[in-house]
Design a protein around this ligand. Sequence first.
Ligand code: SF4
Length: 291
Amino acid sequence: MVLVSVVSSAVALGTVPSVDPAVRSVLAEAVEVARAALNELGEGVVGAYLGVTAEDECAATHRFAADLAGYHGWQWAVVVAAAPESDHVTVSELVLLPGPESLVAPEWVPWNERIRPGDLGPGDLLAPAPDDERLVPGYTASGDPDVDETAGEIGLGRKQVMSLEGRLDAAQRWFDGEYGPHSEMAKSAPSTCMLCGFYLPLAGSLRAAFGVCGNEFAADGHVVHAEFGCGAHSDTTLPTGAGSPQFDAYDDGAVEIVELPAATAEQTENATLEQTESAAATENAQSEQTD
Ligand code: SF4
């Protein structure tokens, strides 16, 4: 029997084909028909026979190892079919499929679930979802120029505005973020943004807790919480005793104190003699210049 000989050769190669007992014998025995179809396809090497599984009463799938570079663990699958009571087998489909040990791409995730803050680049378009809960309809033009102009001036001239949920989400992000009241910078600041001359409060309901920093040496252009703060606060004064900027500070921690061996009486006497001779020579030179 053909199937028996295939099983024997597969065992000899170290692979044991799995044979689904539900597969009709005429389909199970069509291993060489399936292999011949793959060889005729000519897409790559057809490796060891791996087994057959039933699709239904009239169809079964034979699988072969696909020895293809870059496709470790993938398998050729050949679907064969035979009508009920028939012993004539035809090939329905040939396909390359990943096996249990294949390296496959991770499950596809839609872009709107993949996108992250900071992903948007110049020229990219990112339309909000039609049901984006961060937005609600804004003011609709009335057609009266006076009314519409006034509405535009007070910020009502937009098709959509941020919803309460949207504003609460933004406020929570800013509160928890780098410029929130619990950041390390805020904890060591001498005072808060709320009391700083560089603090520009936001308009609307967020004004109560948030503003923009206008200090180019601090959080310039960022939304800061009213209780954030930094060392560049407008009321900051330098501590007294900070030293003169014209002189470098003398770091006495960098001085190493060493003990020199005591000078002998002879060395001391010689040094004194040298100093005396030097002073006398200087005195003579000065008196000669005077004469
Ligand atoms: S300079 Fe500092 S304290 Fe003042 S608004 Fe900016 S971040 Fe706040």
